[in-house]
Design a protein around this ligand. Structure first.
Ligand SMILES: Nc1ncnc2c1ncn2[C@@H]1O[C@H](COP(=O)(O)OP(=O)(O)O)[C@@H](O)[C@H]1O
Ligand SMILES: N[C@@H](CCOP(=O)(O)O)C(=O)O
Length: 327
């Protein structure tokens, strides 16, 4: 369960009062999630009930959080369905609850779709492109803290925990990614704020009359400024993959990419580097999962994700480069 810090009802009531959101009706710890303490909160004001999510940040600091929270606010103001951080009387959206940095955001409707079809992938591709375009004028800067610099720093830390074949693959892939990052095509990739962790469990859908409707993206706490192509690669590696084998599912990848490109056509550099970036996306999560498993931090990761899955995805991306699905 992801409640690392118990929040008493009085603390939640105090926050609702500071945010002028009325009385506390319900406070319920959320099972799931691996990084932060999350609660569902229901408030009532003038007879009207509203649902929120209260997050206490266990890892991120008061200095890092404004980038994520203001990005969500920026996107929400531009009509992208993301949780909107609520501000207090001074206009602040970063609060303190139980001595931890905290935010209260609106609760998205629906549920995650853990067995997506082509229609779900198309909806995610379309919304991802809209999100990239809407974030173009976001002024705050913070790099992707799980980008190339972090892989270079972390691969040596995890190497003692893997076997010889895995170590060879980690070393060779890291060398390949450093080489790609020095290329002219890489320098030409369009960039901006990206989500960087848009897995199936970070998107909500609800059932509409004509089929599933995407109700929002959430969990922006790995966001940063990086190439838009990296965000695309992260999505392809999760939404468009056969989970037991890590194999690419062409029908879903085509649906995702066509919907994305219909909003924002891919540049020549993006088409050229998609296969390499798909490998980068797999390396990123293989390394972070190895790090989380072998070097667990306090108050985090009660259930580390399986690193072997992203080792399989990476091996698949190296053996069968993603080219056929590029629109
Ligand atoms: N804004 C939101 N609206 C609806 N549900 C949410 C929202 N934020 C979080 N949740 C729920 O809380 C769970 C854990 O949140 P998540 O952000 O993944 O936690 P963590 O950052 O600890 O991994 C999600 O799987 C989802 O069910
Ligand atoms: N998506 C990452 C882990 C990040 O966890 P989240 O619950 O904050 O999305 C992975 O699968 O390794």
């Amino acid at each position: 369960m992801a409640v690392f810090t118990e929040v008493p009802a009085e603390e939640a009531s105090r926050l609702l009062a500071a945010l002028r959101l009325g009385e506390l009706v319900e406070l319920r710890g959320i099972q799931g999630g691996i990084e932060n303490t999350n609660y569902f909160v229901t408030s009532q004001q003038d007879g009207q009930r509203r649902d929120w999510v209260l997050t206490l940040f266990e890892r991120l600091t008061h200095e890092q959080l404004p980038f994520y929270l203001h990005l969500m606010k920026h996107l929400a103001l531009r009509g992208i369905p993301v949780p909107d951080p609520q501000s207090d009387g001074d206009g602040d959206i970063l609060h303190t609850v139980c001595g931890k940095p905290a935010a209260l955001v609106d609760r998205l409707r629906g549920a995650s779709e853990l067995a997506p079809g082509a229609g779900h992938c198309a909806a995610v591709g379309d919304m991802l492109a809209r999100m990239h375009l809407a974030a173009r004028d976001y002024a705050r800067q913070q790099p992707n803290l799980r980008g190339l610099a972090w892989w270079n720093q972390t691969v040596p830390v995890v190497l003692p925990h893997v076997d010889a074949a895995q170590a060879a693959l980690l070393r060779s892939e890291l060398a390949f990614q450093n080489h790609v990052a020095e290329s002219a095509a890489y320098a030409a990739l369009p960039r901006g704020p990206i989500h960087a962790d848009l897995f199936r469990d970070n998107v909500m859908f609800e059932q509409g009359e004509a089929g599933p409707v995407l109700t929002g993206f959430f969990d922006f706490y790995f966001a940063g400024v990086d190439t838009w192509l990296f965000d695309i690669a992260v999505c392809l590696n999760d939404w468009c993959v056969h989970l037991p084998t890590g194999a690419h599912v062409p029908e879903r990848a085509r649906a995702f990419l066509q919907a994305y490109a219909a909003r924002r056509p891919l540049s020549w550099a993006e088409r050229r580097l998609l296969p390499a970036m798909a490998r980068a996306g797999a390396l990123r999560f293989w390394v972070s999962r190895l790090w989380d498993l072998h070097l667990p931090r306090q108050a985090a990761l009660l259930q580390p994700h399986d690193p072997a899955h992203f080792e399989r995805v990476l091996r698949q991306r190296v053996a069968c480069p993603l080219t056929a699905c590029i629109p």
